[in-house]
Design a protein around this ligand. Structure first.
Ligand SMILES: [Zn+2]
Length: 274
């Protein structure tokens, strides 16, 4: 049995070598990259869903540089501390898998057994995720309509992905955990100083979610220095700023060969109320 359910009839899906199948005979082929497409609304198939390839590639290359490794380590410690042995973890909006693959390896090294699955709306992201070959099963689906049964997972990871709190509540077991990472006020301020004439601080969202209690939070900060234009471009292209700025502002980055900026996050851990 996989953690995924059939998007048509909602029965459990069984994973086979090349496909997933429910008892009613609905079949979903695995792509050559290993993920399964469980997205039902294919009407807009001409338009690609989710992060585009440029953004996904930039994010993979930037994250693989290790600049956000401190965040991944903090997430690994939280999962190790709070998720029970044999627990099930959903990475909701998993992207190209930098965080969940690293957490999985970290837990394996410390002898803890946790089952992961990932959901993302971007096929491009899941293609890159599949290339990591880390043994995490992934599905193309909306995180606002997760292909998982009610109360089926012990933990949901929500790392810079949209906040589908109603769905997170539905799929979490009683007492299950939602681990959310948000950027703080000064996150990437050094980058914004280069792009904008009047850089601004991020707005930090409230730590209250209906049906959940915040049981822990941790601020995680680091300064990092980027010394090639390629890696600066990768950072820029994985942020929303790239898509919000005009050609003139984008050109400011093209001539930059070093950048010092801060990464500033808060990891918030919520428990589903019973
Ligand atoms: Zn079915």
């Amino acid at each position: 049995m996989s953690l995924f359910i059939c998007p048509v009839c909602k029965l459990e899906l069984t994973e086979q070598e090349k496909l997933y199948k429910c008892e009613n005979g609905h079949c979903f082929d695995k792509s050559k990259f290993g993920y399964v497409n469980l997205l039902q609304s294919q009407k807009s198939s001409a338009k690609r869903h989710g992060d585009d390839r440029l953004m996904v590639r930039a994010r993979r290359d930037f994250l693989n540089s290790g600049a956000y490794g401190f965040l991944r380590e903090a997430l690994c410690e939280a999962v190790e501390k709070y998720v029970p042995e044999g627990g099930k973890v959903l990475d909701a909006g998993c992207g190209e898998g930098y965080y969940s693959s690293g957490i999985k390896y970290g837990l394996e090294n410390s002898g803890k057994n946790v089952e992961f699955c990932g959901v993302d709306i971007s096929k491009d992201a899941l293609e890159f995720f599949g290339k990591r070959k880390c043994g995490i099963t992934c599905a193309v689906a909306s995180i606002f309509e997760l292909p998982l049964a009610d109360e089926s997972v012990d933990c949901v990871l929500n790392i810079f992905s949209p906040e589908a709190d109603g769905e997170f509540y539905r799929v979490l077991k009683r007492g299950g955990l939602l681990i959310r990472v948000i950027p703080l006020e000064e996150h990437l301020y050094g980058l914004k100083e280069v792009i904008y004439d009047e850089p601004y601080f991020n707005e930090v969202p409230s730590a209250e979610i209906d049906g959940f209690s915040c049981i822990a939070s941790e601020q995680l900060e680091s300064k990092f220095f980027l010394n090639t234009n390629d890696i600066i471009q990768n950072l820029f292209k994985m942020t929303p700023y790239y898509y919000k700025t005009g050609i003139d502002d984008q050109k400011k980055i093209e001539s930059l060969d070093h950048l010092e900026t801060e990464a500033s996050f808060e990891m918030r851990i919520f428990r589903k109320e019973i």
